[in-house]
Write a protein that binds this ligand. Structure first.
Ligand code: NDP
Length: 330
């Protein structure tokens, strides 16, 4: 059973030397436990933030196997609730096989494409839907701005807002990604935050200002987004990827003044907070996928051994859509 553990915690940018591949024992399942074969592992910006300290979960320590949300197949079961062959979602680790209590895994419905349980019907789609609908509450005709727009969450945010009849503007790194966001995902505009003149371009892409900003990045991009918000705008604080992989993060300098003057609402959330609305989210996403208003965007990297580079690359922006690692076949 191969497993990837943290060899050293990073003090600045994450690199391959912070990980090591080990051979771990595979405990036989005890009473009430199941043994799972890992099929797909979610690669999340959050993996890096867990290496910095405690967040909404305990910090990842040196010597730990990297935790991950995973889609797995039940191999052995000592629980009446699960049988070999069942597909489940689990809080696993970067491993080929894991043994855990059956009550901690969730049986998944039968779907044609397993990876959709990770992308559009999984963490990415749910984060986009719940954050936008519950906190942003966009209304047709409003302008919705979203950062990390070519990423997994951002891509779905923009497509949902478009389906709701909003004007949608994305922010992403590089001209090629921005072109993909408009041409493939159908955003009205997408701006390169690394290009000179970004703020001017942002202003002209949002002639009526911004009513809802879905923030995936924090930092100076958040600062500029706040400056184009309309009065009583809503800012959804989903994540702060610009802060995760550096020891010298730069934050918005206009807080809290701009929030006061513009009467903005800024609210953070964790996707699990809205689990009670998951069924509604699933129905809506299935509907939009069916009508073609939402395109499923996935970025699948093959092989457990490539998980560290998949995470390092995600932080550097080499993904389009939901990044995951395929550990074994469906
Ligand atoms: P994505 O698929 O969105 O990939 C991350 C993207 O972030 C990269 O592709 C890169 O694109 C962009 N990025 C990297 N560094 C910077 C930077 N310094 N400034 C601006 N953009 C940057 O990853 P995830 O879907 O995993 O995460 C997106 C965000 O959503 C994260 O902040 C994450 O923490 C958050 N999240 C929050 C959840 C919640 O429950 N609140 C749940 C899941 C995710 P580019 O080339 O455009 O720079």
């Amino acid at each position: 059973n191969r497993q990837i553990v943290i060899a050293e915690l990073p003090t600045d940018a994450l690199g391959p030397d912070h990980f090591t591949m080990t051979e771990a024992a595979t405990p036989e399942p005890g009473a009430g436990e199941v043994q799972l074969r890992v099929i797909l592992m979610s690669i999340d910006a959050a993996n890096r933030s867990w290496m910095k300290g405690a967040t909404y979960r305990a910090a990842v320590q040196k010597g730990d196997a990297m935790p991950t949300y995973a889609i797995c197949e039940v191999m052995q079961s000592n629980s009446p609730k699960l049988s070999p062959g069942d597909i489940v979602a689990a809080e696993a680790t970067w491993s080929e096989v894991i043994t855990m209590p059956a009550h901690k895994v969730m049986k998944m419905p039968k779907v044609e494409t397993l990876s959709h349980l990770m992308s559009v019907y999984g963490i990415a789609g749910k984060t986009a839907y719940h954050g936008l609908m519950s906190i942003g509450q966009p209304v047709a005709g409003e302008t919705v701005l979203v950062s990390a727009a070519a990423g997994s969450v951002g891509g779905y945010v923009g497509q949902i807002a478009k389906a709701l009849g909003c004007r949608v503007v994305g922010i992403a790194g590089g001209a090629e990604k921005c072109a993909w966001v408009t041409d493939h995902l159908g955003f009205d505009a997408c701006l390169d935050y690394r290009a000179p003149g970004f703020f001017k371009a942002l202003r002209s892409a949002c002639p009526d200002g911004v009513d809802v900003y879905f923030d995936n990045v924090g930092g100076t991009v958040l600062e500029m987004a706040l400056n184009v918000m309309n009065e009583r705008g809503r800012v959804i604080c989903c994540g702060a990827i610009s802060q995760y992989d550096t020891e010298n993060p730069t934050g918005p300098r206009n807080l809290p003044g701009v929030v006061v003057v513009k009467r903005l609402k800024m609210e953070g959330f964790i996707v699990m907070d809205f689990a009670h609305n998951d069924a509604k989210c699933l129905r809506a996403m299935q509907h939009w996928v069916g009508t073609g208003q939402i395109k499923v965007t996935e970025d699948i990297v093959d092989g457990l051994e490539n998980a560290p580079q998949a995470l390092i690359g995600l932080l550097a922006g080499d993904n389009k859509g939901k990044r995951m690692v395929r550990v074994s076949s469906d």
